[in-house]
Write a protein that binds this ligand. Structure first.
Ligand SMILES: [Cu+2]
Length: 504
Protein backbone atom coordinates (compact mmCIF):
# COMPACT_ATOMS: atom_id res chain seq x y z
CA UNK A 1 0.00 0.00 0.00
CA UNK A 2 1.20 3.46 -0.87
CA UNK A 3 2.44 5.41 2.13
CA UNK A 4 0.07 8.26 1.51
CA UNK A 5 -2.72 5.98 2.67
CA UNK A 6 -1.15 5.78 6.12
CA UNK A 7 -3.97 5.49 8.57
CA UNK A 8 -4.69 8.17 11.08
CA UNK A 9 -6.94 6.99 13.87
CA UNK A 10 -9.00 9.71 15.47
CA UNK A 11 -9.97 9.23 19.05
CA UNK A 12 -13.47 10.53 19.60
CA UNK A 13 -14.85 10.83 23.08
CA UNK A 14 -18.44 10.52 24.10
CA UNK A 15 -18.14 13.97 25.65
CA UNK A 16 -17.46 15.49 22.25
CA UNK A 17 -20.43 13.65 20.84
CA UNK A 18 -22.77 15.43 23.18
CA UNK A 19 -21.63 18.96 22.42
CA UNK A 20 -23.99 21.20 20.52
CA UNK A 21 -26.33 18.54 19.25
CA UNK A 22 -30.03 18.06 19.20
CA UNK A 23 -31.57 14.67 19.30
CA UNK A 24 -35.07 15.27 18.02
CA UNK A 25 -34.95 12.55 15.45
CA UNK A 26 -32.43 9.97 16.48
CA UNK A 27 -33.83 7.17 14.61
CA UNK A 28 -33.47 3.58 15.50
CA UNK A 29 -36.29 1.30 16.47
CA UNK A 30 -34.20 0.12 19.38
CA UNK A 31 -33.58 3.62 20.65
CA UNK A 32 -35.35 4.91 23.72
CA UNK A 33 -35.80 8.63 24.28
CA UNK A 34 -34.47 8.23 27.83
CA UNK A 35 -31.22 10.17 28.25
CA UNK A 36 -29.27 7.42 30.06
CA UNK A 37 -29.78 5.00 27.20
CA UNK A 38 -28.82 7.60 24.62
CA UNK A 39 -25.69 8.27 26.62
CA UNK A 40 -24.78 4.63 26.68
CA UNK A 41 -25.35 4.37 22.95
CA UNK A 42 -23.08 7.34 22.42
CA UNK A 43 -20.49 5.91 24.76
CA UNK A 44 -20.04 3.09 22.33
CA UNK A 45 -17.11 4.28 20.29
CA UNK A 46 -17.99 3.75 16.69
CA UNK A 47 -15.42 1.52 14.98
CA UNK A 48 -15.83 3.76 11.95
CA UNK A 49 -13.29 6.39 12.89
CA UNK A 50 -10.73 5.69 10.21
CA UNK A 51 -10.46 9.09 8.59
CA UNK A 52 -8.20 8.15 5.73
CA UNK A 53 -9.01 11.40 3.92
CA UNK A 54 -6.70 13.30 6.24
CA UNK A 55 -3.71 11.44 4.86
CA UNK A 56 -4.75 11.26 1.25
CA UNK A 57 -3.18 13.68 -1.21
CA UNK A 58 -6.15 15.26 -2.97
CA UNK A 59 -6.25 15.89 -6.72
CA UNK A 60 -3.69 13.19 -7.38
CA UNK A 61 -5.94 10.81 -9.30
CA UNK A 62 -7.40 11.57 -12.69
CA UNK A 63 -11.18 11.74 -12.90
CA UNK A 64 -12.67 8.59 -14.39
CA UNK A 65 -15.28 9.18 -17.06
CA UNK A 66 -18.00 6.52 -17.31
CA UNK A 67 -18.21 4.62 -20.58
CA UNK A 68 -21.44 5.26 -22.49
CA UNK A 69 -24.05 2.81 -23.65
CA UNK A 70 -25.61 4.65 -26.55
CA UNK A 71 -28.96 3.24 -27.57
CA UNK A 72 -28.58 4.49 -31.12
CA UNK A 73 -25.96 1.78 -31.64
CA UNK A 74 -26.68 -0.79 -28.94
CA UNK A 75 -29.75 -2.96 -29.11
CA UNK A 76 -29.86 -4.67 -25.75
CA UNK A 77 -27.17 -4.32 -23.13
CA UNK A 78 -26.97 -6.62 -20.12
CA UNK A 79 -26.46 -5.45 -16.57
CA UNK A 80 -25.38 -8.10 -14.08
CA UNK A 81 -25.65 -6.97 -10.47
CA UNK A 82 -22.48 -8.54 -9.10
CA UNK A 83 -19.67 -8.38 -6.59
CA UNK A 84 -16.53 -6.89 -8.13
CA UNK A 85 -13.08 -5.83 -7.09
CA UNK A 86 -11.93 -2.51 -8.54
CA UNK A 87 -9.33 0.22 -8.20
CA UNK A 88 -10.95 3.18 -6.53
CA UNK A 89 -7.53 4.09 -5.15
CA UNK A 90 -4.48 3.45 -7.31
CA UNK A 91 -2.59 0.27 -6.32
CA UNK A 92 -5.37 -1.11 -4.08
CA UNK A 93 -8.44 -3.17 -4.93
CA UNK A 94 -11.71 -2.39 -3.17
CA UNK A 95 -14.68 -4.75 -2.92
CA UNK A 96 -17.72 -3.16 -4.55
CA UNK A 97 -20.95 -3.97 -6.40
CA UNK A 98 -21.21 -3.22 -10.13
CA UNK A 99 -23.45 -3.78 -13.14
CA UNK A 100 -20.72 -4.58 -15.67
CA UNK A 101 -17.64 -5.36 -13.59
CA UNK A 102 -16.19 -1.85 -13.18
CA UNK A 103 -16.85 1.53 -11.57
CA UNK A 104 -18.17 3.98 -12.48
CA UNK A 105 -21.02 2.05 -14.07
CA UNK A 106 -21.74 2.98 -17.70
CA UNK A 107 -23.81 6.04 -18.55
CA UNK A 108 -26.95 5.21 -20.45
CA UNK A 109 -27.52 7.58 -23.36
CA UNK A 110 -30.76 7.54 -25.29
CA UNK A 111 -32.66 9.90 -27.60
CA UNK A 112 -36.25 10.86 -26.90
CA UNK A 113 -38.53 8.62 -28.94
CA UNK A 114 -36.22 5.60 -28.76
CA UNK A 115 -37.01 2.36 -26.98
CA UNK A 116 -34.97 1.28 -23.98
CA UNK A 117 -34.13 -2.41 -23.75
CA UNK A 118 -31.98 -4.00 -21.10
CA UNK A 119 -31.65 -7.30 -19.26
CA UNK A 120 -30.82 -7.19 -15.57
CA UNK A 121 -29.34 -10.39 -14.16
CA UNK A 122 -29.09 -10.71 -10.41
CA UNK A 123 -25.82 -12.36 -9.34
CA UNK A 124 -26.11 -11.08 -5.78
CA UNK A 125 -27.08 -13.15 -2.76
CA UNK A 126 -30.14 -10.94 -2.10
CA UNK A 127 -33.06 -9.82 -4.27
CA UNK A 128 -32.53 -6.59 -6.18
CA UNK A 129 -34.12 -4.34 -8.82
CA UNK A 130 -33.20 -1.19 -10.77
CA UNK A 131 -35.19 2.05 -10.61
CA UNK A 132 -34.73 4.52 -13.51
CA UNK A 133 -34.81 7.71 -11.47
CA UNK A 134 -36.68 10.49 -13.27
CA UNK A 135 -37.89 8.27 -16.10
CA UNK A 136 -41.64 8.13 -16.54
CA UNK A 137 -42.20 4.47 -17.32
CA UNK A 138 -44.90 1.85 -16.63
CA UNK A 139 -45.14 0.46 -13.10
CA UNK A 140 -43.60 -2.90 -13.97
CA UNK A 141 -40.55 -1.11 -15.48
CA UNK A 142 -40.12 1.42 -12.66
CA UNK A 143 -38.27 -0.75 -10.17
CA UNK A 144 -40.79 -0.79 -7.34
CA UNK A 145 -39.45 -2.94 -4.48
CA UNK A 146 -42.34 -5.34 -5.17
CA UNK A 147 -40.67 -6.07 -8.54
CA UNK A 148 -37.39 -7.40 -7.10
CA UNK A 149 -35.79 -10.41 -8.76
CA UNK A 150 -34.11 -13.20 -6.82
CA UNK A 151 -30.59 -14.51 -7.23
CA UNK A 152 -29.93 -15.81 -10.77
CA UNK A 153 -33.16 -14.36 -12.12
CA UNK A 154 -33.33 -12.02 -15.10
CA UNK A 155 -35.56 -8.97 -15.50
CA UNK A 156 -36.31 -7.69 -19.02
CA UNK A 157 -36.72 -3.95 -19.19
CA UNK A 158 -38.46 -2.58 -22.27
CA UNK A 159 -40.04 0.86 -22.51
CA UNK A 160 -40.36 3.92 -24.71
CA UNK A 161 -38.51 7.04 -23.61
CA UNK A 162 -40.72 10.04 -24.25
CA UNK A 163 -39.77 12.94 -22.01
CA UNK A 164 -37.55 16.00 -21.74
CA UNK A 165 -33.88 15.76 -22.56
CA UNK A 166 -32.13 15.78 -19.20
CA UNK A 167 -29.76 14.22 -16.70
CA UNK A 168 -31.41 11.29 -14.98
CA UNK A 169 -29.89 8.33 -13.18
CA UNK A 170 -30.43 4.71 -12.26
CA UNK A 171 -29.90 2.85 -9.04
CA UNK A 172 -30.93 -0.32 -7.26
CA UNK A 173 -34.11 -0.09 -5.18
CA UNK A 174 -34.72 -3.26 -3.11
CA UNK A 175 -36.79 -2.90 0.05
CA UNK A 176 -34.63 -1.90 3.02
CA UNK A 177 -31.28 -2.29 1.23
CA UNK A 178 -31.21 0.57 -1.27
CA UNK A 179 -28.75 2.56 0.85
CA UNK A 180 -26.26 -0.25 1.15
CA UNK A 181 -26.43 -1.32 -2.51
CA UNK A 182 -25.97 2.22 -3.86
CA UNK A 183 -23.20 2.80 -1.34
CA UNK A 184 -21.26 -0.20 -2.65
CA UNK A 185 -21.71 0.87 -6.25
CA UNK A 186 -25.11 0.16 -7.82
CA UNK A 187 -25.88 3.48 -9.50
CA UNK A 188 -25.10 5.34 -12.72
CA UNK A 189 -26.16 8.20 -14.99
CA UNK A 190 -28.92 8.12 -17.58
CA UNK A 191 -28.90 10.92 -20.16
CA UNK A 192 -31.82 11.65 -22.47
CA UNK A 193 -31.07 13.73 -25.58
CA UNK A 194 -33.48 15.35 -27.99
CA UNK A 195 -33.40 17.34 -31.23
CA UNK A 196 -34.43 20.59 -29.59
CA UNK A 197 -31.43 20.53 -27.28
CA UNK A 198 -29.07 19.74 -30.14
CA UNK A 199 -29.89 23.10 -31.78
CA UNK A 200 -28.79 24.99 -28.66
CA UNK A 201 -25.17 24.15 -29.39
CA UNK A 202 -24.22 23.49 -25.76
CA UNK A 203 -20.66 22.26 -25.05
CA UNK A 204 -20.37 18.58 -25.91
CA UNK A 205 -17.90 15.75 -26.38
CA UNK A 206 -14.97 16.15 -24.02
CA UNK A 207 -16.47 19.47 -22.83
CA UNK A 208 -19.62 17.79 -21.54
CA UNK A 209 -18.58 16.12 -18.31
CA UNK A 210 -20.70 13.97 -16.00
CA UNK A 211 -19.91 14.25 -12.29
CA UNK A 212 -21.45 11.77 -9.86
CA UNK A 213 -20.63 13.02 -6.37
CA UNK A 214 -20.69 10.50 -3.49
CA UNK A 215 -19.10 10.76 -0.05
CA UNK A 216 -17.82 7.51 1.37
CA UNK A 217 -15.97 5.97 4.34
CA UNK A 218 -13.06 3.58 4.00
CA UNK A 219 -11.21 1.43 6.51
CA UNK A 220 -7.43 1.29 6.68
CA UNK A 221 -7.37 -1.42 4.02
CA UNK A 222 -9.33 0.98 1.79
CA UNK A 223 -12.46 -1.14 1.91
CA UNK A 224 -15.82 0.62 2.03
CA UNK A 225 -17.51 0.99 5.41
CA UNK A 226 -21.28 1.37 5.48
CA UNK A 227 -23.26 2.26 8.56
CA UNK A 228 -22.57 0.62 11.82
CA UNK A 229 -25.92 -0.93 12.77
CA UNK A 230 -25.17 -0.44 16.45
CA UNK A 231 -24.26 3.19 16.06
CA UNK A 232 -27.68 4.79 16.23
CA UNK A 233 -26.89 8.11 14.63
CA UNK A 234 -25.87 6.52 11.36
CA UNK A 235 -29.61 6.04 10.86
CA UNK A 236 -29.88 9.82 10.53
CA UNK A 237 -27.78 9.45 7.39
CA UNK A 238 -24.38 8.05 6.51
CA UNK A 239 -21.80 10.79 5.88
CA UNK A 240 -18.26 10.09 4.71
CA UNK A 241 -14.94 11.92 4.69
CA UNK A 242 -13.77 10.81 1.24
CA UNK A 243 -15.57 12.37 -1.70
CA UNK A 244 -15.67 10.24 -4.81
CA UNK A 245 -16.45 11.78 -8.16
CA UNK A 246 -17.24 9.10 -10.74
CA UNK A 247 -15.78 6.62 -8.22
CA UNK A 248 -12.47 8.55 -8.09
CA UNK A 249 -11.37 10.04 -4.72
CA UNK A 250 -10.85 13.85 -4.84
CA UNK A 251 -9.90 13.70 -8.54
CA UNK A 252 -8.46 16.23 -10.96
CA UNK A 253 -9.64 16.84 -14.50
CA UNK A 254 -7.66 18.56 -17.25
CA UNK A 255 -9.55 21.27 -19.12
CA UNK A 256 -8.93 23.79 -21.87
CA UNK A 257 -9.58 27.52 -21.75
CA UNK A 258 -13.20 26.97 -22.79
CA UNK A 259 -16.73 26.61 -21.54
CA UNK A 260 -17.70 23.26 -20.06
CA UNK A 261 -21.05 21.69 -19.45
CA UNK A 262 -21.11 19.74 -16.18
CA UNK A 263 -23.96 17.36 -15.48
CA UNK A 264 -23.82 16.85 -11.73
CA UNK A 265 -25.64 14.19 -9.70
CA UNK A 266 -25.64 14.04 -5.92
CA UNK A 267 -25.51 10.25 -5.60
CA UNK A 268 -24.60 10.29 -1.92
CA UNK A 269 -26.42 8.60 0.95
CA UNK A 270 -27.30 11.68 2.99
CA UNK A 271 -25.03 14.64 2.32
CA UNK A 272 -26.45 17.88 0.91
CA UNK A 273 -23.80 19.83 -1.02
CA UNK A 274 -23.56 23.57 -1.46
CA UNK A 275 -21.42 23.57 -4.58
CA UNK A 276 -19.10 26.45 -5.47
CA UNK A 277 -15.76 26.99 -7.20
CA UNK A 278 -12.57 28.59 -5.94
CA UNK A 279 -11.39 31.23 -8.42
CA UNK A 280 -14.64 31.26 -10.37
CA UNK A 281 -17.24 33.55 -8.89
CA UNK A 282 -20.25 32.74 -11.02
CA UNK A 283 -21.43 29.88 -13.15
CA UNK A 284 -24.62 29.26 -15.08
CA UNK A 285 -27.37 26.91 -14.06
CA UNK A 286 -29.00 25.66 -17.28
CA UNK A 287 -30.91 22.58 -16.16
CA UNK A 288 -32.44 20.79 -13.21
CA UNK A 289 -33.60 17.20 -12.50
CA UNK A 290 -35.87 16.77 -15.49
CA UNK A 291 -34.70 19.11 -18.21
CA UNK A 292 -33.34 22.50 -19.20
CA UNK A 293 -34.43 25.80 -17.67
CA UNK A 294 -36.14 28.49 -19.71
CA UNK A 295 -33.00 30.58 -19.49
CA UNK A 296 -29.59 30.26 -17.81
CA UNK A 297 -29.38 31.57 -14.24
CA UNK A 298 -26.10 32.98 -12.96
CA UNK A 299 -25.25 31.66 -9.47
CA UNK A 300 -22.34 31.75 -7.03
CA UNK A 301 -23.20 28.47 -5.37
CA UNK A 302 -25.93 25.91 -5.59
CA UNK A 303 -27.51 23.56 -3.06
CA UNK A 304 -27.87 19.99 -4.24
CA UNK A 305 -29.78 17.49 -2.11
CA UNK A 306 -29.43 13.73 -2.46
CA UNK A 307 -30.70 12.48 -5.85
CA UNK A 308 -31.01 15.99 -7.33
CA UNK A 309 -29.18 16.85 -10.54
CA UNK A 310 -27.97 20.12 -12.01
CA UNK A 311 -26.75 20.98 -15.46
CA UNK A 312 -24.28 23.89 -15.35
CA UNK A 313 -21.93 25.82 -17.64
CA UNK A 314 -18.56 26.73 -16.16
CA UNK A 315 -16.43 29.19 -18.09
CA UNK A 316 -12.66 28.62 -18.03
CA UNK A 317 -11.96 30.95 -20.99
CA UNK A 318 -10.36 33.67 -18.84
CA UNK A 319 -8.00 31.20 -17.18
CA UNK A 320 -4.30 30.72 -17.89
CA UNK A 321 -2.49 27.48 -18.46
CA UNK A 322 -1.37 26.21 -15.08
CA UNK A 323 -4.38 27.65 -13.24
CA UNK A 324 -6.34 25.41 -10.94
CA UNK A 325 -10.01 25.65 -10.01
CA UNK A 326 -11.36 23.64 -7.09
CA UNK A 327 -14.96 22.47 -6.86
CA UNK A 328 -15.92 22.43 -3.21
CA UNK A 329 -18.92 22.16 -0.92
CA UNK A 330 -19.52 25.11 1.42
CA UNK A 331 -20.79 24.68 4.98
CA UNK A 332 -24.54 24.13 4.87
CA UNK A 333 -25.49 23.79 8.49
CA UNK A 334 -29.10 24.70 7.64
CA UNK A 335 -29.27 21.14 6.24
CA UNK A 336 -29.25 19.44 9.61
CA UNK A 337 -29.30 20.00 13.33
CA UNK A 338 -29.44 16.27 13.85
CA UNK A 339 -26.78 14.30 15.59
CA UNK A 340 -24.79 12.61 12.85
CA UNK A 341 -21.79 10.31 13.28
CA UNK A 342 -19.23 12.84 14.59
CA UNK A 343 -16.30 10.85 13.23
CA UNK A 344 -17.05 12.31 9.81
CA UNK A 345 -17.47 15.84 8.42
CA UNK A 346 -21.01 17.06 8.99
CA UNK A 347 -23.19 19.56 7.15
CA UNK A 348 -21.19 22.46 8.53
CA UNK A 349 -17.96 21.25 6.93
CA UNK A 350 -16.15 22.94 4.07
CA UNK A 351 -14.81 20.16 1.85
CA UNK A 352 -12.92 20.07 -1.40
CA UNK A 353 -14.45 17.79 -4.02
CA UNK A 354 -12.26 17.89 -7.12
CA UNK A 355 -9.99 20.19 -9.09
CA UNK A 356 -9.91 21.39 -12.68
CA UNK A 357 -6.40 21.85 -14.11
CA UNK A 358 -6.19 24.26 -17.02
CA UNK A 359 -3.70 22.66 -19.41
CA UNK A 360 -4.48 23.80 -22.94
CA UNK A 361 -5.41 26.92 -24.91
CA UNK A 362 -8.66 26.78 -26.81
CA UNK A 363 -10.34 29.48 -28.86
CA UNK A 364 -13.88 29.18 -27.55
CA UNK A 365 -16.06 31.63 -29.44
CA UNK A 366 -19.31 29.85 -28.68
CA UNK A 367 -22.17 31.89 -27.32
CA UNK A 368 -24.67 30.38 -24.98
CA UNK A 369 -28.28 30.99 -26.07
CA UNK A 370 -30.24 33.36 -23.85
CA UNK A 371 -33.36 31.27 -24.25
CA UNK A 372 -33.15 27.52 -23.69
CA UNK A 373 -36.60 25.85 -23.68
CA UNK A 374 -40.20 26.65 -22.90
CA UNK A 375 -41.52 25.46 -19.57
CA UNK A 376 -45.30 25.58 -19.64
CA UNK A 377 -46.35 26.45 -16.09
CA UNK A 378 -48.92 24.12 -14.54
CA UNK A 379 -51.76 26.31 -13.29
CA UNK A 380 -52.83 26.06 -9.65
CA UNK A 381 -56.41 26.39 -10.85
CA UNK A 382 -56.02 23.12 -12.77
CA UNK A 383 -55.40 21.16 -9.54
CA UNK A 384 -58.35 19.05 -8.47
CA UNK A 385 -57.05 18.74 -4.93
CA UNK A 386 -54.25 19.50 -2.47
CA UNK A 387 -52.76 16.61 -0.52
CA UNK A 388 -50.87 17.26 2.69
CA UNK A 389 -47.90 15.07 3.48
CA UNK A 390 -45.79 15.38 6.60
CA UNK A 391 -42.23 14.23 7.17
CA UNK A 392 -41.81 13.18 10.76
CA UNK A 393 -40.19 10.99 13.32
CA UNK A 394 -42.54 8.88 15.39
CA UNK A 395 -42.04 7.24 18.75
CA UNK A 396 -39.22 4.74 18.64
CA UNK A 397 -37.29 7.16 16.44
CA UNK A 398 -38.70 5.87 13.15
CA UNK A 399 -38.52 8.13 10.08
CA UNK A 400 -41.93 8.25 8.38
CA UNK A 401 -44.25 10.06 6.03
CA UNK A 402 -47.57 10.88 7.70
CA UNK A 403 -46.54 8.90 10.80
CA UNK A 404 -46.90 5.60 8.93
CA UNK A 405 -43.87 3.34 8.56
CA UNK A 406 -43.64 2.10 4.96
CA UNK A 407 -45.69 -0.94 4.02
CA UNK A 408 -44.97 -2.22 0.51
CA UNK A 409 -48.49 -3.62 0.19
CA UNK A 410 -50.44 -0.63 1.47
CA UNK A 411 -51.78 2.00 -0.93
CA UNK A 412 -51.34 5.34 0.80
CA UNK A 413 -52.81 7.66 -1.83
CA UNK A 414 -55.07 7.14 -4.83
CA UNK A 415 -54.65 9.58 -7.70
CA UNK A 416 -56.90 9.94 -10.72
CA UNK A 417 -55.09 9.43 -14.02
CA UNK A 418 -54.70 12.52 -16.19
CA UNK A 419 -55.40 14.97 -13.38
CA UNK A 420 -53.36 17.70 -11.72
CA UNK A 421 -52.72 17.87 -7.98
CA UNK A 422 -50.87 20.04 -5.51
CA UNK A 423 -48.90 18.24 -2.82
CA UNK A 424 -48.01 20.21 0.27
CA UNK A 425 -45.01 18.63 1.95
CA UNK A 426 -44.36 19.68 5.51
CA UNK A 427 -41.08 18.85 7.22
CA UNK A 428 -41.41 18.69 10.99
CA UNK A 429 -37.93 17.27 11.65
CA UNK A 430 -34.70 19.18 12.21
CA UNK A 431 -33.11 17.91 9.05
CA UNK A 432 -33.62 18.70 5.37
CA UNK A 433 -35.22 15.86 3.40
CA UNK A 434 -35.10 15.45 -0.38
CA UNK A 435 -38.64 14.43 -1.37
CA UNK A 436 -38.85 12.26 -4.50
CA UNK A 437 -41.88 11.15 -6.49
CA UNK A 438 -41.72 8.28 -9.00
CA UNK A 439 -43.59 8.26 -12.30
CA UNK A 440 -44.12 12.03 -12.64
CA UNK A 441 -42.27 15.35 -12.99
CA UNK A 442 -43.36 18.31 -10.93
CA UNK A 443 -42.93 22.06 -10.56
CA UNK A 444 -42.26 23.80 -7.26
CA UNK A 445 -44.98 26.36 -6.49
CA UNK A 446 -43.53 27.88 -3.34
CA UNK A 447 -41.76 27.24 -0.04
CA UNK A 448 -42.40 29.04 3.22
CA UNK A 449 -38.81 28.87 4.44
CA UNK A 450 -36.02 31.45 4.45
CA UNK A 451 -33.92 30.03 1.64
CA UNK A 452 -34.65 30.25 -2.05
CA UNK A 453 -33.42 27.74 -4.57
CA UNK A 454 -32.83 28.57 -8.26
CA UNK A 455 -33.42 24.88 -9.03
CA UNK A 456 -37.08 25.45 -8.06
CA UNK A 457 -37.52 27.18 -11.42
CA UNK A 458 -37.10 23.97 -13.44
CA UNK A 459 -38.71 20.56 -13.84
CA UNK A 460 -38.07 18.39 -10.80
CA UNK A 461 -38.52 14.86 -9.51
CA UNK A 462 -36.81 15.52 -6.16
CA UNK A 463 -37.09 18.62 -3.99
CA UNK A 464 -35.19 19.49 -0.84
CA UNK A 465 -37.58 20.39 1.99
CA UNK A 466 -35.74 22.32 4.67
CA UNK A 467 -36.29 21.80 8.44
CA UNK A 468 -39.65 23.20 9.59
CA UNK A 469 -40.50 24.19 6.03
CA UNK A 470 -43.52 23.48 3.85
CA UNK A 471 -43.00 23.14 0.11
CA UNK A 472 -45.86 23.02 -2.38
CA UNK A 473 -45.39 21.15 -5.64
CA UNK A 474 -47.77 20.74 -8.56
CA UNK A 475 -47.88 17.84 -11.00
CA UNK A 476 -49.96 16.22 -13.70
CA UNK A 477 -50.18 12.42 -13.62
CA UNK A 478 -49.92 10.73 -17.02
CA UNK A 479 -48.69 7.24 -16.11
CA UNK A 480 -51.09 4.74 -14.51
CA UNK A 481 -49.82 2.30 -11.91
CA UNK A 482 -48.40 1.91 -8.42
CA UNK A 483 -45.52 4.27 -7.68
CA UNK A 484 -43.49 5.47 -4.72
CA UNK A 485 -42.90 8.77 -3.04
CA UNK A 486 -40.20 8.95 -0.42
CA UNK A 487 -37.36 10.76 1.24
CA UNK A 488 -34.18 10.19 -0.78
CA UNK A 489 -31.79 10.17 2.15
CA UNK A 490 -31.07 6.51 1.63
CA UNK A 491 -31.02 5.61 5.32
CA UNK A 492 -34.41 7.32 5.73
CA UNK A 493 -36.11 5.59 2.82
CA UNK A 494 -34.75 2.25 3.98
CA UNK A 495 -35.96 3.18 7.41
CA UNK A 496 -39.61 3.67 6.55
CA UNK A 497 -39.84 7.21 5.13
CA UNK A 498 -41.63 5.99 2.03
CA UNK A 499 -45.18 5.45 0.74
CA UNK A 500 -47.15 4.11 -2.25
CA UNK A 501 -49.58 5.93 -4.50
CA UNK A 502 -51.77 4.38 -7.15
CA UNK A 503 -52.59 6.29 -10.33
CA UNK A 504 -55.78 4.83 -11.84
CU1 LIG B 1 -35.39 11.99 5.10
Amino acid sequence: MNRRYFLHLSVITAGYLLVGCEDRGASDKKQSPKPPEIDSALDKLSPQVENIAEDFIPFSQKLKIPSEINFSDTSKPVFTAQKSNVNIFEDVKTDVLTFQGGLPNPTIRITRGDTFNLDLINNLADPTIIHWHGLIVPEEMDGHPLSVISTNQTKHYHYLVNQNAGTYWYHSHPHGRTGEEIYYGLSGLYIVDDKQEEYLNLPKGEREVPLIIQDRRFDNKLQLLYKDPDFLHDNNGVLGDVILVNSTPFPFYEVKTAKYRLRILNGSSARTYKLAFDNIENFLLIGTDAGLLEEPISVESIVLGVAERIDIIVDFTAKQIGDKVTLKTLPFKEGSNMRMNPSYPSFDALMDIMQFHITEEFKDTSVLPEKLVNIPRIKESDAIQTRKITMEVISGGIWTLDKKPYDMHRIDQRVKLDTTEIWEIKNTAHMAHPFHVHGVHFQVLDRDGKLSFPTDKGWKDTVLVMPNETVRIIMHFTMPGLFLYHCHILEHEDHSMMANFLVE
